[in-house]
Design a protein around this ligand. Structure first.
Ligand code: UDP
Ligand code: MG
Length: 316
């Protein structure tokens, strides 16, 4: 029996790159004759011809499976839907836009065969990204790592090979506001890094923008750690202490004959500062309450319009 490897591909409006992807995956299949491959697409409510292309492909390629979502749910949810449908020995998650070179997969499989559970690709360079994006991401990782004991992999995306026990572990994490990157770190297991150069997107447009990135960053922090809550308590304590000392100073001052002035500026400064700190702390608490609210709704993570399972492994 050949071992089965699933290539999981979340795709949203990717009609322009799919033909290229098809070619690259075909070549990949030829370079891995000793494995049974499955190409599992999650069509995330694409509004272009993506679904039709996948369907056509599945018609003449028995390796192709697909999940067609009822609407756009986002890549994070696309991945958990994929995990739920995987019955393989190992899974590789890859972007549809060929930013993750499929040629790296044989190397990942090799390391997996040596006993690693999570072979993740770390970007050596980030071609086609702005200086600002690189810097912000660097700071973000640094802050995130300081806030938790769990080792976080830097400069890695979702491009990785996972053993089936990692997949099983991930399917048990059912939170709705997902930051899958944080979950990969959380599950642990034997990890191995390989370096690669991330290519620019082959065609089409990125679906990311700064608003989405900021949301993902906040989700990353709030799903990982409650440190910001602790931080706002500490900040509150610190501000109170300073305020207390200042009050004491104000009370003592007249004893030494210093006249009490009108003090409009200092009064305003204190009021505004305290107001700001309070709002900030409330906002932090609000973030966590928002998460609690979303999780308590207990909605299904996704809804599937159509599921097609590759027919390959059913024939003996
Ligand atoms: N994607 C998705 N749902 C979305 C947005 C993106 O499934 O709502 C997929 C997209 O098709 C691609 C991958 O997620 O395969 C990464 O998206 P993108 O290339 O736009 O992000 P970037 O590489 O710029 O971070
Ligand atoms: Mg991309």
């Amino acid at each position: 029996m050949k071992k089965k490897i699933t290539v999981l591909i979340p795709a949203y409006n990717e009609e322009q790159v799919l033909p290229m992807l098809q070619k690259r995956l075909h070549t990949l299949g030829e370079s891995l004759p000793n494995y049974e491959l499955e190409f599992l697409f999650v069509n995330d409510g694409s509004r272009d011809g993506t679904m039709q292309l996948i369907r056509d492909w599945a018609e003449h390629d028995t390796r192709v499976s697909y999940i067609d979502f009822a609407r756009n749910f986002g890549k994070e949810i696309g991945m958990i839907a994929g995990f739920d449908h995987i019955k393989s020995d190992a899974t590789v998650i890859i972007d549809a836009d060929l930013q993750d070179p499929p040629e790296l997969i044989p190397k990942m499989i090799e390391l997996w065969e040596q006993g690693y559970d999570d072979v993740y690709a770390r970007r050596r360079s980030r071609t086609g990204e702005t200086w600002f994006k690189k810097k912000t991401s660097e700071w973000y990782y640094r802050v995130l790592q300081k806030s938790t004991r769990i080792p976080i992999q830097r400069d890695t995306g979702d491009f990785r090979l996972l053993s089936q026990r990692c997949i099983t572990a991930l399917t048990q994490l059912r939170e709705s506001q997902r930051n899958t990157k944080a979950l990969f770190s959380w599950i642990g297991f034997k990890k191995k890094e390989i370096l690669y150069d991330r290519d620019p997107r082959a065609a089409g447009e990125t679906k990311w923008n700064y608003a989405k990135l900021i949301n993902l960053a906040i989700d990353g922090i709030t799903s990982f750690t409650t440190a910001p809550l602790r931080l706002s308590s500490l900040l509150g304590g610190l501000v109170s202490l300073v305020a207390f000392i200042y009050i004491a100073y104000l009370l003592i001052r007249p004893l030494f004959g210093v006249p009490t002035g009108s003090g409009y500026a200092s009064l305003m400064a204190v009021i505004l500062f305290l107001g700001g700190v309070q709002l900030l702390s409330l906002g932090v608490i609000g973030e966590y309450i928002g998460r609690i609210f979303n999780e308590t709704k207990q909605r299904p993570l996704y809804l599937i319009d159509e599921y097609h399972e590759s027919t390959q492994h059913t024939k003996k």
